[in-house]
Design a protein around this ligand. Structure first.
Ligand SMILES: Cc1cc2nc3c(=O)[nH]c(=O)nc-3n(C[C@H](O)[C@H](O)[C@H](O)COP(=O)(O)OP(=O)(O)OC[C@H]3O[C@@H](n4cnc5c(N)ncnc54)[C@H](O)[C@@H]3O)c2cc1C
Length: 322
């Protein structure tokens, strides 16, 4: 397929038969909640080999889809596009490519979407992204770029037959003045054509339930679109503290105390004990989300299969679908 990045459309008049994320969420026939996993772009060849080991392990568990995060940096960016393309072409998995507006002109964003289309990717998670270097620093729009993710949703939808998801924030995005504005901006992305959202990780289910209620109260039609909760199985207290700081999610005091007790006082945390607490907490959260009717469970894997597969086993998910 040839993609015209100026007009932004495939010159072959491309109409793909690739399923959408929402199709996949609805096509589970055995009554089990679908699950999906998030990978990150590998930084070097060793990391890429590790990613592929995780990919092959997850492939046997038949996730509804897999997503690949996006960083704006040069060589990692090229590797991201290549590896995401390989997921589409060399595995049985349904890949979702993350796309961010950081440091990109509209022209470049069109070309990126074209590169994904050329390797058969039709599902895109559209994000604004964070400032490179300091994610909590001041956002700078590219002079020829977009300001907010809703503009990028429209841009991608205008380019052709793409299925778009967006980010949602159970505890509110850290740049939103309050939860009311946060809800309004999420609904704007859904109205712009996003079919679903995937949440920021959270550890207290109440945040997810309140988000769902807020969106439904604001706009019943948009509130009917799937809000896929993201779960982080904690395997390191040090890493989760860092992730929480950057994501704006809160680690509940009770969970943090249990993790800290498991980690111990030594110079190195007791990873096995932390992992045990983390997997138990993720399994309990998953169980409650299933009971509350979540449309799917999306796991942050950090390109390792083990922790997530243990949570899946605890939840009775992840074996071959009938
Ligand atoms: C599931 C998930 C996956 C992610 N994957 C990646 C990734 O791959 N790469 C990466 O770099 N980052 C990723 N992120 C992080 C994300 O890019 C950042 O959190 C970013 O700061 C917000 O992105 P957004 O798409 O929600 O932006 P937006 O929806 O544009 O929101 C950005 C801020 O602006 C506010 N806002 C939105 N519209 C308006 C408006 N019209 N007027 C005023 N304010 C407005 C919002 O409330 C918010 O505070 C991910 C986040 C999630 C939840």
């Amino acid at each position: 397929m040839v993609f015209d990045s100026v007009r932004g459309r495939s010159s072959a008049g491309w109409v793909s038969q690739t399923p959408s994320v929402v199709d996949r969420l609805r096509s589970e026939t055995d009554g089990r909640v679908p699950f999906s996993v998030e990978f990150s772009p590998p930084r070097d060849a060793a990391a890429e080999a590790r990613l592929w080991r995780a990919v092959r392990e997850f492939e046997t568990m038949r996730p509804a889809f897999v997503s690949m995060t996006y960083g704006a940096g040069g060589s990692t960016r090229d590797r991201t596009v290549r590896v995401t393309g390989q997921l589409a072409q060399e595995t049985t998995l349904l890949p979702v490519a993350h796309l961010t507006a950081v440091s990109h002109s509209v022209e470049e964003l069109r070309a990126m979407v074209g590169a994904y289309a050329d390797c058969g990717i039709r599902n895109i998670l559209v994000l604004r992204g964070d400032p490179p270097g300091d994610p909590l620093g001041e956002w700078q729009r590219h002079p020829q770029g977009v300001e907010y993710a809703d503009e990028l949703v429209r841009l991608v939808r205008d380019l052709g037959d793409f299925h778009v998801g967006v980010a949602s924030f159970p505890e509110g995005h850290y740049r939103s003045p309050d939860l009311e504005h946060d809800t309004k901006f999420l609904v704007a992305k859904l109205r712009a054509g996003a079919e679903y959202s995937i949440t920021q990780m959270f550890f207290d289910i109440e945040h997810y339930l309140r988000l769902r209620d807020r969106v439904a109260a604001f706009d019943a039609e948009q509130g009917a679109k799937p809000i896929i909760p993201e779960i982080m199985p904690i395997t390191s207290l040090k890493s989760v503290r860092k992730m929480v700081e950057l994501s704006g999610s809160a680690l509940p005091t009770e969970l943090e105390q249990r993790l800290a007790k498991a980690a111990g006082d030594g110079p190195d945390e007791n990873r096995a004990a932390v992992r045990e607490v983390g997997i138990e907490a993720a399994s309990q959260l998953g169980e409650r989300l299933i009971a509350e009717g979540a449309p799917g469970l999306h796991f942050i894997t950090l390109n390792f299969a083990r922790a997530t597969s243990e949570v899946l086993a605890n939840l009775g998910l992840g074996a071959a679908r009938v």
